[in-house]
Design a protein around this ligand. Structure first.
Ligand code: SF4
Ligand code: SF4
Length: 331
């Protein structure tokens, strides 16, 4: 994509992610490359959720030519490019809202752009997909630099050769051992991005923006937040490719896993032991809450929990739902 500014002189990008995926760092590197090597002005800022990890995060990058001063710090509502850091965000967030008619949608997924277009009925002109999670697992990095590579595969106005410098600046001081693997992650993301473009202008996406449920006139009295909050969250998008697998036969129901799990993923039921005494038995894991930290795997004394490279649909097929029907449960 060339630098084609909007009516305010900006070219705007929005990164849709989950806290912990490193989207803000990717946005900072994009802005830095624009300023230091491409003669542009740039700003990068983010709209965080209430939690550090696990909550949806929107990162906004705004570019302008050198003769345009950027004084606008409002969220990017009509981006030219949207990058979605996990395919699951399509189910939980309006990630394509406001995407420009000639826009580019970049998604971390193991599907092809054509499959994605069909699944979510996407009319956006250009779709780029990359399996950023797989690349990051290979280099033991985060998927943000693979996504940065995929973004660069579609941009002509930023100099990709400066990415190595930006990565060095981001990681070199605190984590020098991560510089090389992140450069490799970036290159693989760039080289493995798949692209699909609609031939006809008639199929371009139309600008839409959903109403927000709460605003100045619709907020509950006293700012009350209704609904069961975290019980409705799906943290699947927080996982970075690894998850625990539960092997029932090896479990001694000691609850070590439950004690260390930060998100109360383990589902228990009452039963009787061999002598007929009441005891709680572990039934399994509600993967909708699991962010893949693998703390439970570390503490399990019998290897009834082992780490597993996440496969598509495994979590849905092996999920034991939390018995919270009175709150509506996790969808
Ligand atoms: S730590 Fe391991 S053995 Fe103990 S309850 Fe959890 S899965 Fe079972
Ligand atoms: S990996 Fe284990 S400890 Fe971590 S969130 Fe998932 S179930 Fe809980």
């Amino acid at each position: 994509m060339e630098f084609i500014p909007n009516e305010h002189g900006f070219l705007e990008i929005r990164l849709e992610s989950i806290g912990g995926q490193g989207a803000y760092s990717a946005g900072q590197m994009l802005a830095q490359i624009g300023v230091e090597g491409s003669n542009l002005h740039a700003i990068c800022f983010a709209d965080y959720g209430s939690e550090k990890k696990g909550a949806p995060v929107k990162t906004f990058i705004r570019f302008a030519k050198e003769d345009v001063t950027i004084l606008n710090y409002s969220p990017v509502n009509e981006p030219k490019i949207v990058a979605v850091f996990h395919e699951l965000l399509f189910k939980t967030q309006p990630v394509t809202d406001g995407l420009h008619q000639d826009g580019i949608l970049i998604v971390n997924t193991d599907r092809t752009p054509e499959q994605l277009r069909q699944m979510y009925n996407l009319n956006v002109k250009t779709i780029v997909t990359v399996d950023a999670t797989k690349i990051a697992l290979e280099y033991k990095t985060k998927l943000n630099t693979a996504m940065l590579g995929a973004i660069f595969s579609s941009l002509d106005f930023l100099d990709a050769s400066l990415a190595a410098d930006a990565i060095e600046k981001m990681f070199g001081y605190k984590y020098p051992h991560l510089v090389k693997p992140n450069i490799s992650t970036f290159m693989d993301g760039k080289n493995n991005a798949e692209r699909d473009e609609l031939a006809s202008d008639a199929d371009k996406v139309i600008f839409t923006r959903k109403d927000t449920p709460f605003g100045y006139t619709t907020q509950n009295m006293g700012g009350e937040i209704s609904g069961p909050n975290s019980y409705t969250k799906n943290l699947t998008a927080s996982r970075e490719g690894m998850m625990p697998e539960y092997l029932t036969d090896k479990c001694i129901h000691c609850a070590n896993c439950d004690n260390v799990c930060p998100d109360f993923c383990f589902v228990w039921e009452e039963g009787e032991d061999a002598r007929g005494r009441a005891q709680m038995f572990l039934r399994g894991i509600d993967y909708n809450y699991c962010k893949g930290c693998l703390k439970c795997v570390e503490v399990c004394p019998t290897q009834a929990l082992v780490s597993l490279v996440e496969e598509r649909d495994y979590a849905d097929e092996h999920r034991i739902k939390k018995p919270f029907n009175f709150l509506g449960g996790v969808k």
